[in-house]
Ligand binder design. Structure first.
Ligand code: HAM
Length: 426
């Protein structure tokens, strides 16, 4: 029988890879605590309408990429493809706003999108991200970007001597006051060239005009470059002031950025600020993270008017970047002690000693294959044990064991009562 394999676009995180994941995860948790973000965990699946209404019915995520199924009660459910909409659903459901006027939330979660798998793009992938709900002010945008940057900096991606490793692009796509008018102007300017646009763009022209800027097709890009008016020049006074202020906050934090008026992002909920951080350490899928402001989403999903801003970062891509930089520390875990047993009688005693030592925080193990003493020593070496201890009838009678430091070969006789103390010595 053919062995069963993991599903296309999904990966096992193997035992020798998981320390890297834990390293990234613990860095995110630590920096989130420094920024006073509180963690939220939402279910793996939601009612489909959370995403259809939240992310936007014309987006690639909703039209092509969701894992949607009917449960036995015929409710349409979807595996979460992103976390902003579920966080907003949770925010509304649990009235977070009644506890705090501003909620600074973060998450770290697996997500599911049925995309074409390639390097840095999986069908099950992982993101960490933040959402600040309740503040309309540019400080919240800057706080979001500062957090995103700090994680990369902490992990060694943006070192001061090689700032090119990372590139922050930022834009403002206006709000309901100025965007409709801009889109009208955009359509007018592009109408004479509509027939020259690719099929997808012709469809976007009517359905979701702003997404024209997402097209990778060179001839579409040329048309846009030549004829499309820049949104940043058509912002209303409030949006323009907000955008200027976000940029000056970034200046004050010494965070370098490039204003990119084509950065519109692929999700429909954005208003005003959009941003992405890319890295040339990655291949075609070069976005390490992306985000922006979504001042209308909470209301659209049935909550009170609540301005909000957030971002999310792909962990697989971060791993690729850190691997390219060789920026992971050495994770070789050392086992404190390996107990080598001689004879069948002592085994249960060995397990009692292991239990007592583990209770006191000593990492220790013994053989589970009833191997010869020689093979057990080989195993202790393979496990990178700092110490070994031989336990046989003689040791049981003397209530004392000889502990050998593997590197130096130095041996110390230690009475059983003194074992825990031996390992807790400074
Ligand atoms: P997004 O741009 O769809 O935004 O995803 C953010 C990041 O997740 C991407 O920049 C990338 O690093 C990673 N990512 C996305 N899709 C995949 C995939 N198939 N495989 C591997 N990595 C992937 C959002 O998800 C928004 N919810 C961000 C946000 C939060 N906006 C406001 N708040």
């Amino acid at each position: 029988m053919e062995p069963i394999r993991s599903v296309k676009g999904t990966h096992d995180i193997l035992p020798d890879e998981s320390p890297r994941w834990r390293y990234i995860e613990s860095t995110v948790h630590r920096i989130a605590a420094l920024y006073n973000f509180l963690e939220v965990r939402t279910p793996v699946f939601e009612e489909t309408q959370v995403f259809a209404r939240g992310v936007g019915e014309y987006t690639d995520i909703v039209t092509k990429e969701m894992y949607t199924f009917l449960d036995k009660g015929k409710t349409s459910l979807t595996l979460k493809p992103e976390l902003t909409a579920p966080v907003v659903r949770s925010y509304i459901q649990h009235h977070y706003n009644q506890t705090y006027p501003v909620n600074k939330l973060y998450y770290l979660t697996p997500l599911f999108r049925q995309e074409r798998p390639q390097a840095g793009r999986q069908r099950q992938f992982h993101q960490y991200g933040t959402e600040i709900l309740g503040s309309e002010f540019p400080e919240a945008d800057a706080e979001t970007i500062a957090f995103a940057m700090q994680v990369y900096e902490q992990l060694g991606i943006r070192s001061p001597d090689s700032p090119d490793q990372i590139d922050l692009r930022i834009n403002s796509i206006g709000d309901s006051a100025c965007r409709p008018q801009y889109l009208e102007t955009l359509r007018e300017a592009l109408a004479p060239h509509k027939a020259d646009l690719c099929k997808t763009c012709q469809q976007r022209f009517d359905e979701n005009t702003l997404r024209l800027f997402d097209c990778k097709n060179e001839s579409c890009q040329l048309i846009l470059e030549e004829h499309a008016p820049r949104i940043t020049e058509h912002l209303c006074e409030d949006c323009a002031t907000h955008f200027r202020s976000v940029l000056s906050q970034l200046d004050a934090l010494d965070i370098p950025y490039t204003v990119d008026h084509t950065l519109v992002r692929g999700l429909d909920y954005y208003t005003r600020t959009t941003f992405e951080i890319t890295s040339d350490l990655l291949g075609a899928q070069d976005a390490l993270c992306g985000g922006g402001r979504y001042d209308l989403l909470v209301e659209q999903l049935g909550g009170p008017p609540t301005p909000a801003v957030g971002f999310a970062a792909g962990i697989e891509r971060l791993l690729l970047a850190l691997e390219a930089l060789d920026a992971f520390p050495d994770f070789t875990d050392r086992l404190d002690l390996f107990i080598v047993t001689i004879g069948d009688e002592v085994r249960s005693r060995a397990f009692r000693i292991l239990r007592d030592l583990r209770n006191r925080g000593v990492s220790c193990d013994t053989d589970l294959l009833r191997r010869s003493v020689k093979a057990q020593f080989r195993e202790a070496n393979r496990q990178n044990a700092t110490y070994t201890m031989v336990l046989g009838e003689n040791e049981l009678q003397a209530r004392e064991a000889t502990i050998k430091e593997m590197e130096s070969g130095e041996e110390t006789a230690v009475p059983f009562e003194g074992l825990a103390g031996f390992f807790s010595q400074p």
